[in-house]
Design a protein around this ligand. Structure first.
Ligand code: OAA
Ligand code: MG
Length: 389
């Protein structure tokens, strides 16, 4: 059993949307196909993965050094003989050969994307949905049969007035979501307050609205927003300042008692541990948003969950960033608190399997081997072109 080829293609997920920090006019992501010599249903098993929005494609890094470490390794060292499958942990170790500790930058995205494609292949070889494989191997066979999801959107873009923002949020409620998220921080505070109040007219209750500043604010601005939004009792106040400024995050906890969220731009279990050590995050109310595809994949995610456990954090406090099926499987299989969803943006990578409806804020997973990409036809069409073309 061996990996015979790994292919990468950088694809556009460009759109006119913007958050407080970046616009997405040139956004790309890496799509990866891990081609094996294992035959299922008369065809070679191919594992697929992609990285979440925000970090761009990582094809150059992959081709420069990571892909050859797998294709040139002794195939036998990458096999899990006990389960007669590929060994994602051994593959991860091979990927990280001659990589120094620290320096968790774009490398974590390149490795994370390849790792997620490996897990798709592993679950396909085992003939199980990934969430089922994870529950069987690591959670005594108990998986969640549905996952809480919230609808992320509310971006800034040219010509988007409040009536369009309200219509967008109404359409998420109409599609079964009970919590929505919008961007803040790209316009002055009073204008954001008017946007928030417009969305509250649609969702009715602050507990159904999260806001995301995308790391834009300094401490003073973060506190000014905290003071201004307190009265709305929002679901969470996300990524207020720079993701690596743990002292800022800790100080905010002295000014905002309601839930905060952060972590999507941390890239390793060491980063996660630093956040929990120094960021003042509160395990009884705050949310962590680590994203497997941006942070060395699922092998590393398990280390992050272990760090959380050791530091007294329930896995239910994690609601990953990225709005993809990979995190959805991790959420169901490893008992996270939920998952992000992008019902409209970043297509065909955002969103879940075709025909699976969100009901009262919860979504189920398709009962097919792997991550479930084959059940999302627009996405699978792009994947197949890379893997089988
Ligand atoms: O706009 C982005 O970069 C995505 C983001 O923060 C989120 O989904 O939470
Ligand atoms: Mg965010």
């Amino acid at each position: 059993m061996r990996i015979v080829d790994i292919r990468e293609k950088t694809v556009s997920i460009a759109s006119p949307i913007a958050n407080a920090y970046i616009d997405f006019s040139k956004m790309t992501c890496s799509l990866v196909a891990v081609i094996t010599d294992v035959i299922r249903d008369g065809k070679p098993v191919i594992g697929y993965g992609f990285n979440s929005n925000g970090r761009y494609g990582q094809g150059a890094l992959m081709r420069d050094r990571f892909l050859a470490r797998i294709t040139e390794a002794d195939p036998d060292t990458l096999v899990d003989h006990e389960n007669n499958n590929l060994d994602p942990f051994a593959i991860w170790k091979a990927l990280m050969t001659n990589e120094k500790p620290g320096g968790h930058g774009e490398r974590s995205v390149a490795v994370g994307t390849i790792d997620m494609a490996v897990w798709d292949a592993v679950a396909k070889i085992e003939g199980k949905p990934l969430y089922r494989l994870l529950a069987d191997r690591y959670r005594n066979g108990v998986a969640d049969d549905k996952v809480w999801v919230y609808a992320a959107g509310g971006y800034y873009y040219p010509g988007k007035d409040q009536s369009k923002l309200k219509a967008e949020m109404q359409s998420y409620l109409d599609r079964g979501y009970d919590v929505v998220k919008m961007k803040i921080g790209a316009v002055p505070l009073d204008e954001d307050i008017r946007r928030i109040e417009a969305v509250l007219e649609v969702v009715g209750d602050g507990r159904r609205l999260a806001v995301d500043a995308n790391g834009r604010f300094d401490l003073q601005t973060g506190i000014a927003y905290a003071e201004a939004i307190k009265k709305y009792n929002l679901f969470w106040y996300e990524e207020i300042g720079d993701p690596l400024d743990y002292a800022l995050q800790a100080e905010l906890a002295n000014h905002y008692e309601l839930p905060m969220a952060t972590g999507e731009n941390l890239f390793s279990h060491q980063d996660a541990r630093n956040l929990l050590r120094h960021g003042g995050m509160r395990p009884d109310r705050d949310f962590l948003q680590f994203d497997c595809a941006l942070s060395y994949g699922l092998v590393e995610y398990m280390r992050t969950l272990k760090v959380m456990d050791e530091m007294g954090w329930s896995s239910r406090r994690v609601v990953p960033h990225g709005g993809h099926q990979m995190s959805l499987n991790i959420a169901a299989g490893l008992h996270l608190g939920g998952n992000e969803s992008y019902p409209d943006v970043f297509q065909p990578f955002g969103g879940f399997a075709d025909g699976i409806k969100v009901e009262n804020g919860y979504v189920g997973l398709p009962d097919i081997p792997g991550v479930g990409f084959e059940a999302k036809s627009a996405l699978y069409a792009v994947m197949r072109e890379l893997g089988e073309g």
